[in-house]
Design a protein around this ligand. Structure first.
Ligand code: DX5
Ligand code: ZN
Length: 590
């Protein structure tokens, strides 16, 4: 990959939706990221619309494309290979290549991943790498994931039609494991696709089991279509709206959809047994491996992994903890995998660039010239609620005051009475500035809002206490590489954060009741800043402490003194006659 100036694209191509993640790279750093999904059974159309949208968000054509997704039927084998030398032999890379070349690929299949599970020799057992070891025999065990050639050709032709040239194909379970595997743990993955449900079990070394069953969301929709004799598209919509693994008695009397006369229970009578069948099928196939290797947890992804009921159902069926990483986890995981695979190269470039910058400073100093003044970070975040974010001059004013983070308030009319901000607004602000977007969700269902906010361009997402699904939301945010935080309402104590504090990048102390700008600062909340700062120090944690609500030049210093790192300010900054001066008045006084 060209780490100088380039853009790369990762696609997860499913039969009912295509998910994409794109990154723009400059000087070995990601300078812009974007995510987009398009739902369509016409894969070429979906791929094209994802590419168009992401190219326009990223601002240039893609140089590289990496692909994962539904590559059709797969096969999995664990193969042993042995090489014997007549004398002592120093094992080298070509010996390994030689062994790999002797692995027999089943007819009509293509080897996508060949992963060494262990290497042994008569004198050394269980080597991490045998290269350089001197012995007269090498016994290796490889895990091989194969894909059906005709399905691969089908996906290659779809990519050709969408005018994209892929440079790498990855199995979805492979990339999930690269992102979610915890060292020394056996992990199981289940990805609920439209056409297939795929499952695998991985150890630190590689896959112990990989399985694909041709049952998925599309079959379920088809059964609804057949049963009620309704169009596929309606069946799909109804399935999404109604599906639950724990139906309630009133479902019998609740219509599934206003356009049709069958009930929610009628729909679930089809969906639930099908889901049972899928999961039982996987359980039956996985049982010997589960008994032998005892996975610590199951991670579910894909179409119906967003329903909490499915997580509980999987957990109960297998008797193992289960976490959902949601529908777009695979593409996010691929993006991370690709980026991480050039970590060494990146570190070298960054170190070289830093060295050059230092050299230039040094030369400038020798000539008694002042080095160019570096931009100092201004820890003040203007709040979107109080500014006209559609007006370009707002952004020039922010720039003039050195603002690099903008706080965007989103209110859904449920968590708080008011409706303000929107995903659309985040997208619009993103298109106008490269500033860090600090999104404050005052919404129910933070998880759903969080993924939309990220797709729209949020860099930090703060979710509110007293909402359901906070943990899931934090996970969603973190797994997409964004900063995750929790807003602590005035009536909430910092102790409620204890179980999750380690996972947070930020705690935002609310010094007004969320719901409106222009309220008065509550000094009673100051001690929470101090408690959080002390806890952070005591346990060596790293989260940032921000403060939001009623901040002005009278109380800002109290917040800094208590241990704040960032201050959000709305009305005070918006009402001032001179914005840069007002920002300065909020800064820490030594
Ligand atoms: C309050 C919001 C705040 C608000 C800040 O619900 O979360 O971000 O916009 O505005 P002021 O500084 O006026 O309280
Ligand atoms: Zn706010």
């Amino acid at each position: 990959m060209n780490l100088g100036d380039s853009a790369f694209l990762c696609l997860d191509i499913g039969s009912s939706a295509v998910h994409g993640v794109a990154h723009r790279v400059r000087a070995a750093r990601i300078v812009k990221s974007a995510m987009f999904a398009s739902e369509s059974f016409d894969t070429v159309v979906a791929i094209k619309s994802v590419i168009d949208e992401l190219e326009s968000q990223i601002g240039r054509h893609f140089d590289y494309a990496y692909i994962t997704g539904n590559f059709g039927q797969s096969d999995f084998k664990i193969c042993g290979k042995s090489t014997i030398w007549s004398n002592e032999h120093k094992i080298n890379a070509s010996d390994i290549k030689n062994q790999i070349s002797k692995i027999v690929t089943p007819d009509g299949f293509f080897p996508m991943h060949i992963i060494p599970l262990r290497y042994d020799s008569p004198h050394m057992h269980n080597m991490l790498s045998p290269i350089g070891h001197v012995d007269n025999q090498l016994l290796s065990t490889y895990a091989c994931i194969f894909y059906n050639v005709s399905s691969m050709e089908e996906i290659a032709s779809q990519l050709r039609h969408a005018h994209i040239q892929p440079i790498g194909f990855y199995d979805s379970q492979f990339v999930l494991n690269a992102a979610y595997h915890t060292p020394h743990e056996i992990t199981m993955y289940i990805d609920f696709g439209a056409q297939y449900t795929t499952a695998s079990i991985w150890s630190d070394r590689g896959p112990l089991w990989h399985y694909k069953t041709p049952m998925g969301g599309t079959n379920i929709t088809q059964s609804i279509t057949d049963e009620f004799n309704i169009p596929f598209i309606d069946a799909d919509r109804i399935k999404r709206a109604v599906f639950t693994m724990v139906p309630t008695p009133t479902d019998r009397f609740t219509p599934a959809d206003i356009a049709f006369d069958f009930s929610r229970a009628d729909v679930n009578d089809i969906v639930v047994p099908y889901m049972h069948d899928i999961i039982e099928d996987i359980k039956l196939a996985a049982l010997p491996i589960i008994e032998k290797h005892q996975p610590a947890r199951i991670i579910i992804t894909g179409g119906c992994a967003d329903t909490d009921d499915v997580t509980d159902f999987v957990s109960n069926t297998f008797g193992l903890p289960c976490e959902s990483m949601h529908g777009d986890a695979v593409v996010r995981a691929l993006g991370e995998y690709i980026w991480n695979s050039c970590a060494v190269e990146r570190a070298k470039i960054i170190a070289r660039n830093d060295k050059n910058a230092k050299r230039i400073d040094y030369i400038l100093k020798m000539f008694h010239r002042k080095p160019k003044k570096r931009h100092t970070f201004v820890p003040i975040l203007p709040s979107s609620m109080c500014f006209d974010m559609n007006n370009p001059t707002t952004y020039t004013t922010f720039d003039a005051a050195g603002i690099s983070m903008i706080h965007i308030d989103i209110m859904d009319g449920l968590y708080v009475n008011k409706i303000a901000g929107s995903i659309e607004q985040i997208r619009a602000i993103r298109s106008r500035t490269t500033a860090h977007l600090h999104v404050h969700l005052m919404t129910e269902s933070p998880n759903a809002w969080a993924s939309d906010a990220i797709a729209a361009g949020a860099d930090t997402v703060i979710v509110s206490t007293n909402t359901s699904g906070v943990k899931n939301a934090i996970r969603t945010i973190k797994s997409s590489g964004r900063r995750a935080g929790i807003a602590l309402n005035p009536d909430a104590s910092p102790t409620i954060l204890k179980p999750i504090l380690r996972e947070l990048d930020e705690v935002m102390v609310m010094t007004v009741t969320p719901g409106a700008a222009g309220q008065e600062f509550m000094p009673a909340c100051l001690h929470k800043i101090s408690i959080l700062a002390a806890t952070r120090k005591k346990y060596g944690l790293k989260f940032t402490i921000s403060v939001d609500g009623g901040i002005n030049d009278k109380n800002a210093q109290m917040c800094w003194d208590a241990g704040a790192d960032l201050l959000v300010s709305g009305s005070y900054l918006a009402r001032s006659n001179d914005f840069p001066v007002a920002v300065q008045s909020l800064l820490k006084k030594q």
